[in-house]
Design a protein around this ligand. Structure first.
Ligand code: CP
Length: 327
């Protein structure tokens, strides 16, 4: 196991924040395979990097000389931008590639594309892809670090890590909290990664939504399933609302948006059922007026933009830890 104690890494110097512990993975593929200690280590490392963001000079030399390729085969605003900014702050060189600008369009396979990027000395490949398992497929074939930025409906580990970070920041701890996740759980990689992380860190999780999108089978993971948002809201410490992912649904899972909003939308009226200290989260992009009413999204209990800000520190931590193992 390689030590990843930044304080002990001479090439990273005093400008790099310190988080004690060890990290031995070149890839971040999901939270299912991480231990509670590894998750906490990433969050603690992110804490240190968040401090860097408050300094006059927000850049550290931690990944100087490393090359990161942001390879996004699906659209993204938050994840792609924050990985790019995180890499800049760590002094890495960054290249961005999208599906439309790559030779995937000409029939090149994902493996060939990735191997060509590695041949150009890419050290870290951040991959968003519509197929579950795409990141793992590359991780098993490349010596570059592979960071999963969302693979189909499978996992979105850095989103869950920034959600965990935000919960810990706002609520002081994660163990013992009741976290309610609402919406399209069936197709949500965010929900899956959150469930793994939250349970490992000792939270209680309830999933809420229509029975077609939140089937009882999810209880096998160790969560509670409910189809009544109004019943669950008064007991929530954290409420995480998810978008309906029309792009992954091949049939209708509920009668219409009006019906969905009536039963599962966080309207101003329904938000009054929440405890005053309950934090409202959303991974974005928000569909205002569907899963959340605008005034609630922009209201005092919402931490949605804090999540985005924390994503930068969390992604710096992930790149720093995995990027030091690649090669
Ligand atoms: N939450 C999230 O993954 O947002 P983007 O699709 O904009 O990256």
């Amino acid at each position: 196991m390689r030590s990843r104690d930044p304080a002990g890494a001479p090439s990273r110097g005093a400008a790099v924040p310190s988080a004690s512990g060890h990290w031995a993975r070149k890839d971040l593929l999901g939270l299912r395979e991480l231990s509670a200690e590894e998750i906490t280590f990433i969050l603690d490392t992110a804490d240190a990097f968040k401090q860097v963001g408050t300094r006059e000079i927000k850049k550290v030399p931690a990944l100087r000389g490393k090359t990161l390729v942001n390879f996004f085969v699906e659209p993204s605003t938050r994840t792609r931008t924050s990985f790019e900014l995180a890499a800049f702050r760590l002094s890495a060189d960054v290249v961005n590639i999208s599906a439309t600008s790559s030779s995937l369009q000409k029939g090149e396979t994902l493996k060939d594309t990735a191997q060509n990027l590695q041949a150009l000395h890419a050290d870290i490949l951040v991959l968003r892809h519509s197929s579950a398992g795409a990141a793992q497929f590359l991780a098993e074939r490349l010596h570059a670090s592979i960071i999963n930025a969302g693979d189909g409906a499978h996992e979105h580990p850095t989103q869950a890590l920034l959600d965990l970070y935000t919960i810990r920041e706002k609520r002081g701890a994660i163990a013992g909290l009741h976290v309610v996740i609402v919406g399209d759980i069936l197709f949500s990689r965010v929900a899956r990664s959150n469930i793994f992380g939250l349970l490992k860190l000792g939270a209680r999780v309830t999933l809420v939504g229509p029975s077609t999108l939140v089937p009882r089978e999810f209880e096998k993971l160790g969560v509670t399933v409910s189809h009544s948002l109004d019943e669950v809201l008064p007991t929530a410490d954290v409420l995480n609302l998810l978008r309906i992912q029309h792009e992954r649904q091949r049939k209708k899972y509920f009668p219409g948006l009006g019906e969905y909003i009536r039963l599962f939308g966080l309207t101003r009226t329904r938000a009054k059922l929440l405890r005053p200290d309950c934090v409202i989260m959303h991974p974005g992009p928000i569909n205002r007026g569907v899963e959340i009413e605008s005034e609630v999204a922009d209201g005092p209990q919402s931490v949605i933009l804090d999540q985005v800000t924390n994503g930068l520190a969390v992604r710096m931590a992930v790149l720093y830890l995995c990027g030091g193992i690649s090669g």
